[in-house]
Design a binder for this molecule. Structure first.
Ligand code: ZN
Length: 62
């Protein structure tokens, strides 16, 4: 499952790794890939101005 984010006003999101279930807090947008600190699965990647989330968003923070 992946979710594309655009124009989001949230600053941070918590993403649950689809492989190991570890929850990682990251920026809701950015220009670099975000990887799971445990299993190294790519959790989020920038795609043409949007931020594609690979996994489940379990929280949002400002
Ligand atoms: Zn993981």
């Amino acid at each position: 499952m992946s979710t594309k984010i655009k124009g989001m006003d949230k600053s941070f999101i918590k993403v649950k790794c689809p492989d190991c279930g570890t929850e990682t807090i990251t920026y809701a947008r950015g220009s670099t890939e975000v990887k799971c600190p445990v299993c190294n699965t790519v959790l989020a990647k920038p795609t043409g101005g949007k931020f594609e989330i690979n996994g489940q968003i379990v929280g949002e923070f400002k």
